[in-house]
Design a protein around this ligand. Structure first.
Ligand SMILES: [Zn+2]
Length: 102
């Protein structure tokens, strides 16, 4: 058993689970119903977690997860303004030059 994915968002965890299942990787979801119920634990220990049953599948699972998730989840990448082509850092949601939204 190896944990391959943790998210505060149960929808994303469910997406990851279905991607892995459709690739034939045996996996399961933990903490699906526990979010917020265990005040004594660090919050990210209560988040939905996706585990692969066979640890040998973990590297393949990681690649599938990376390919499947929406781009904005992989935060930290600079972006280019579609209007004026200004290069912007990931933390800006709006172009400082022309005001276009990301
Ligand atoms: Zn711009």
């Amino acid at each position: 058993m190896e944990r391959v994915y943790t998210s505060s968002d149960p929808v994303l965890a469910g997406l990851v689970l279905s991607v892995l299942e459709s690739a034939g990787i045996r996996c399961l979801l933990r903490n699906q119903y526990l979010a917020g119920a265990l005040g004594e634990l660090p919050v990210n220990e209560c988040w939905p977690q996706v585990w692969v049953v066979d640890e040998a599948d973990a590297p393949r699972a990681a690649r599938l997860i990376e390919a499947a998730l929406p781009r904005e989840v992989a935060a930290g990448e600079p972006w280019t303004c579609p209007t004026c082509a200004e290069r912007l850092e990931a933390q800006f949601a709006q172009c400082w030059r022309c005001g276009a939204l990301r």
